[in-house]
Design a protein around this ligand. Structure first.
Ligand code: MLT
Length: 261
């Protein structure tokens, strides 16, 4: 998988800020962040292998969270970005924890967004296998059915039908094979908690106040396990704070980056 060249969007100049999307999305979820932070950083949002405009792994290649992290590291090297600030949303957060373990020398800042370091419970893993089977049968619609009811804050659902439609559309555009591979990769991911104490760079842990997929209070444990980590909770946002409340999300990142650039 590390062979693949990743498709990406970018804006701005300066220190690279790399934004890694979660499941089952692509770099489109970062549009407001690319627009909103272009004056403070060189913002880049790649599509993980198999998502958006990036090619997937070859048939028979094993897809893993570590493989995504290595593909990302190769892409960073190919573009000669040097050391990067790295933000990862949800599954993208799992990728950034693997990146921090495997490529610590490439990192200067870490921003986990609506994510958790722990591995799946047995029950969660069983749920993943069922979802992978449903995707095999019904395609991306199975993921939409499973995730849509839990994705947004109440206010987003009531007042932002355009955003809800755009997000649904983004999910429906991902290839079934990539969705199945990512689901199995998430099920197999190791517990990143033991390595949190080794993270040596400044960390901002971002949560959505109304996140029903990864509740904001789960961030507390992560914050205590990472030296000097700062928490921030974005109000009026569920699992997609960068889209549901971009003004507050961008202000939080701007504040964090402003203290360190
Ligand atoms: C994501 O948004 O990336 C997923 O909800 C993460 C997960 O299913 O664990």
């Amino acid at each position: 998988m590390a062979k693949s060249r990743l498709n990406y969007r970018e804006s701005g100049t300066g220190t690279p800020l790399v934004l890694v999307h979660g499941f089952p999305f692509d770099s489109a979820i970062w549009k407001q962040t690319l627009d909103g932070l272009s004056d403070v950083a060189h913002v880049l949002a790649p599509d993980l292998p198999g998502f958006g405009g990036s090619q997937g792994a070859g048939q028979g290649d094993e897809v893993s969270i570590e493989g995504y992290a290595d593909a990302l590291a190769k892409w960073v090297s190919d573009l000669q970005l040097g050391r990067i600030m790295l933000a990862g949303h949800s599954m993208g957060g799992y990728v950034t924890f693997a990146f921090a373990r495997r490529h610590p020398e490439m990192l200067i800042r870490l921003i986990p967004v609506c994510t958790r370091p722990g591995a799946d419970s047995d029950t969660a893993r069983e749920g993943r296998y069922k979802l992978a089977a449903a995707v095999k049968e019904k395609g991306p619609q199975a993921v939409v059915d499973a995730m849509m009811p839990k994705l947004f804050a109440e206010g987003t659902e009531e007042n932002n039908a355009t955003l809800v439609d755009q997000v649904r559309d983004n999910m429906l555009h991902q290839p079934s094979a990539s969705l199945q591979a990512a689901i199995l990769a998430m099920a197999a991911r190791p517990d990143a908690t033991p390595s949190l104490g080794s993270i040596e760079v400044p960390v901002l842990v971002v949560s959505g106040a109304e996140d029903a997929i990864i509740p904001a209070d789960e961030a507390d444990a992560m914050v205590t396990q990472i030296k000097g980590a700062r928490p921030v909770i974005i109000q009026n946002a569920g699992h997609l704070p960068m889209l549901e409340n971009p003004a507050e999300f961008n202000a939080a990142l701007r504040d964090f980056l402003g203290t360190i650039l």
